[in-house]
Design a protein. Structure first.
Length: 615
């Protein structure tokens, strides 16, 4: 219940914002194109109400990724991601135990206050509508059927001319001042009697006006704006949209009454002035205007002769329809893929030691400069999908008899390493799971579903649900099929990157050994030359030492050059794999977004038809 309450408040907020923007759009269009017909304006204002109702009840709105991408702040302690987002054994050991549980939290007081305010307002609007219905029933109770058979027959002929399958019931009432039609299901046409009775052409125009309403099904189309006004009673711009819809509806009917008969415009204008102003019936339509401003606008519209081109009218209507038909939500954009890693720099060749001086007692030569072996290259950065949560997890578990067995649990999808999201879902199939949430959600899902059981688990706030329906599980498996395939490709690339990293580390170790061997040989040669200082042929010994040292240095230099070339080649291969990993990460983010949208549809369907079991 708490989760549903938060979801409803979020929908109210987002829909109110989109409704305000749509009202501004329609208002701007009507002001920018003053020649736009009343019928087109009526349709546009009706679309505002449609958008409001759809936004409140549509389970899967259109997501617009325009907000900044969220920064990932890992807070999982010792949990480490390596290469293709491989989780540490510690994280999965927690998941295997299945003992973590979410503590129930109370709903914020402000959410309860807003929900109570909204519910009270809706109930007040419903009570008001109930009162209007009772007054309309009382009005019909005091009315009497028309006994003028000539008038009834004329109404039937006029109804047939307007394409109506049957004429409305014609009743007479002394409690009204102007003709009106009440009842959206079984309409009744009420005519005033007494001093307000209409005769001749005025009666003909009034009947034509009401029949136009019935021909356009205005009573039925008006139910949606009425519902929107009940649900969004607090929204001033929506009330404006409903009022403008009613005004445009009356102007459209007025235009239809005098269409093609310019001589009737003055007669019809005098009729509107004669009918004057009366409150608009909530469960019907009336010929009279609800206010003086409305009456003035209707009289001005009768004088409008310039018509907007049909192509422009259709284009504007389609544009408003495209904006209004789908509820929209602003969501965070996917983080950009990281730049591929640059290849490591080749190690510098060792500097040769200075030559021995040609003297009888040569001094000890300076030790050769030992090149520092390059550090093993750091693993390439994880792709964007990994940082935002895509993970393949591997761990070891312990059997009951104390022996060790290896169990591989793989999780595809998005794992939030920061704060726990408000909504999460996990699809479990054997040792594989597909998640969009936190690591604790995967833990809780496996615990709630039971060991080895397959199912679809989701959480809304602190309320947990389980779906075991085969059809819905197959729908979710199909939605995550591409995510699993891309996850396997990312894992394979991660293994290749790890193998290249190990080769680079081995080359670095061999380079260091070569450098140390060169330095040791230089020291040994120097000691050998000094040890023979009493020999009369010490010059020859020094020359021999220099020759041997030069040959050793040349051979070592060649070996180091080959190792450096191999190191550079491995670095280039690592860069190529990094680019492939980044591309897979981008594709994984797109696939995960589609799968999450499909999961929301499954959740809405399961909640609607009762296939979701609340835990």
């Amino acid at each position: 219940m708490d989760a549903n309450l938060i979801v409803m408040l979020e929908r109210l907020a987002w829909t109110s914002l989109q409704t305000a923007l749509l009202v501004a759009l329609v208002w701007g269009v009507c002001r920018a194109v003053p020649s736009l017909g009343a019928a087109a304006r009526c349709r546009m204002w009706w679309l505002v109400s449609l958008q409001a109702v759809l936004g409140l009840f549509w389970a899967q709105p259109l997501q617009l990724a325009v907000l900044p991408a969220p920064a990932v702040t890992p807070s999982m302690g010792e949990t480490v991601y390596v290469q293709a987002a491989v989780l540490s054994a510690q994280g999965l050991a927690i998941a295997e135990q299945g003992i973590a549980s979410s503590a129930l939290s109370t709903t914020p007081w402000w959410a309860l206050a807003l929900a109570a305010f909204w519910l009270a307002g809706v109930l007040a609007m419903a009570w008001r509508t109930h009162g209007e219905w009772r007054r309309s029933r009382a009005l019909l109770g005091h009315a009497t059927p028309c006994d003028d058979q000539a008038l009834v027959h004329a109404l039937q002929l006029a109804a047939e001319a307007h394409g109506l399958r049957r004429a409305p019931r014609l009743w007479m009432s002394a409690d009204i001042d102007a003709p009106q039609v009440v009842g959206p299901l079984r309409p009744v046409l009420l005519l005033p009697v007494g001093v307000h009775a209409l005769q001749g052409d005025a009666l003909d125009l009034a009947l034509t006006h009401e029949l136009q309403h019935l021909q356009r099904n205005d009573l039925q189309w008006g139910l949606l704006p009425a519902l929107a006004q009940h649900l969004f009673f607090f929204h001033p711009l929506l009330r404006l949209a409903v009022s403008e819809y009613a005004q445009a509806r009356e102007e459209a009917v007025d235009a239809a009454v005098v269409d093609g008969r310019g001589e009737r415009r003055q007669d019809y204008g005098r009729l509107l002035l004669q009918l004057g102003v009366m409150p608009r019936p909530h469960l019907g339509v009336a010929s009279a205007a609800p206010s003086r401003q409305s009456l003035k606008r209707r009289l001005i519209s009768l004088q409008q002769h310039q018509a907007c081109p049909k192509a422009l009218t259709a284009l504007l209507t389609v544009a408003v329809l495209a904006v209004a038909i789908l509820p929209m939500r602003l969501v965070a954009a996917a983080p950009p893929p990281p730049a591929p890693p640059s290849p490591p720099a080749a190690p510098a060749a060792p500097a040769a030691p200075p030559a021995l001086a040609a003297s009888d007692a040569p001094p000890a030569p300076a030790a050769a400069t030992v090149p520092v072996p390059p550090a093993p290259p750091a693993p390439p950065p994880a792709p964007a999908s990994a940082r935002s949560g895509h993970a393949s997890t591997t761990t070891h578990t312990v059997s009951r008899d104390g022996g060790h067995r290896v169990a591989t649990l793989v999780t595809h999808g998005r794992l939030d390493l920061g704060e726990r999201p408000a909504r999460a879902h996990v699809l479990v199939t054997g040792n594989e799971s597909y998640a969009d949430g936190a690591l604790d959600d995967v833990t809780q899902a496996r615990s709630d579903l039971g060991a080895g059981a397959a199912g679809f688990w989701f959480r809304q706030g602190d309320q947990r649900y389980v779906v075991r329906d085969t059809a819905l599980l197959q729908q979710m498996q199909a939605a995550y099929a591409d995510a699993a395939r891309l996850g396997q490709q990312q894992a394979a690339l991660g293994l290749k990157q790890g193998a290249l990293g190990r080769q680079q580390g081995e080359l670095g170790r061999r380079t260091g050994e070569q450098a140390r061997a060169l330095a040791q040989h230089a020291r040994d040669t120097a000691r050998s030359a000094l040890g023979g200082s009493s020999d009369i042929n010490r010059d020859a010994a020094a020359q021999a030492a220099r020759a041997g040292r030069g040959a050793t240095q040349e051979a070592t230099h060649d070996a180091l050059s080959r190792l450096a070339g191999r190191q550079g080649e491995l670095g280039r291969q690592q860069a190529v794999l990094g680019e492939e990993q980044a591309e897979l990460g981008r594709l994984q983010a797109e696939v995960q977004a589609r799968a999450s949208r499909e999961a929301e549809k499954v959740i809405a369907k399961a909640l609607a038809d009762g296939r979701a079991v609340r835990l």
